[in-house]
Design a protein around this ligand. Structure first.
Ligand SMILES: [Zn+2]
Length: 227
């Protein structure tokens, strides 16, 4: 049973989108995990072995209780029954309370597919009569983390004390973020931009850094509470 599970299309997406929140949750005694859907084998940079080592290092930095990989095809994520069932079975095994998935609006088709797969799998995992192994499991809440497209956050998680850990975890993916840039996200500027995004949203709260999320449902908020 995990408190928080991040569903990531490729290794590094979970760290990039939710690393600060995962580090903070761990420090507060929650159990955390990332489930990668693919091994990122279509990426322009880094061998499979390099990327596997980077995953281990990034997981260690964030203190994850679980790191797994569904080994679906990179570049071939699609909202189809077989992939829905694979993810739903994993949700039944891991039994997360809260799931974070990529926001659907994204230039990478794998991210869009991962978002749709997560919505479908969260639903399927709870259905008693679904053709799945394992006991039905109902996820309490599903939230989305932003990728490469503009978005409006529904809520922010303060992560000022964990921004260094976020950066270390992301930079563990040396094959992706060191050296020559191959796109607006893969390369050193990608990390700078994601850090600046956290600085930008932190500024709204009067703190240094905050991680933004989108909720499909209204979020409980008590205006006079600092919680
Ligand atoms: Zn990705």
């Amino acid at each position: 049973m995990l408190d928080l599970l991040v569903v990531a299309p490729h290794p590094d997406d979970g760290e990039l989108g939710c690393g600060g929140t995962l580090a903070r949750a761990k420090a507060e005694g929650l159990t955390t995990g990332i489930l990668d859907l693919t091994r990122g084998e279509m990426g322009s940079k880094g061998s499979a072995e390099e990327r596997a080592r980077e995953v281990v290092e990034a997981s260690r930095i964030l203190g994850l209780d679980f790191r797994g990989n569904l080994e679906l095809p990179d570049g071939g994520l699609m909202d189809v029954p077989e992939q829905r069932l694979r993810l739903a079975e994993a949700l039944r095994r891991l039994r997360p309370r809260i799931v974070f998935a990529p926001l659907e609006a994204d230039r990478h088709p794998d991210h869009t597919a991962a978002s749709r797969l997560a919505v479908a799998a969260v639903h399927l995992a709870g259905l008693r009569k679904a053709p799945l192994e394992g006991e039905p499991h109902r996820v309490e809440r599903l939230f989305f983390y932003p990728g490469n497209h503009p978005f409006t956050p529904s809520f922010l998680v303060k992560i000022s004390a964990f921004i260094d850990r976020w950066e270390q975890a992301v930079l563990a993916y040396k094959s992706q973020f060191a050296g020559e840039a191959v796109s607006e996200t893969v390369g050193p500027k990608g990390v700078e931009a994601r850090k600046a995004l956290r600085r930008h949203f932190g500024n709204y709260l009067g703190v240094d850094y905050a991680e933004p999320f989108v909720s499909p449902l209204p979020v409980l908020y008590t205006p006079w509470s600092r919680a």
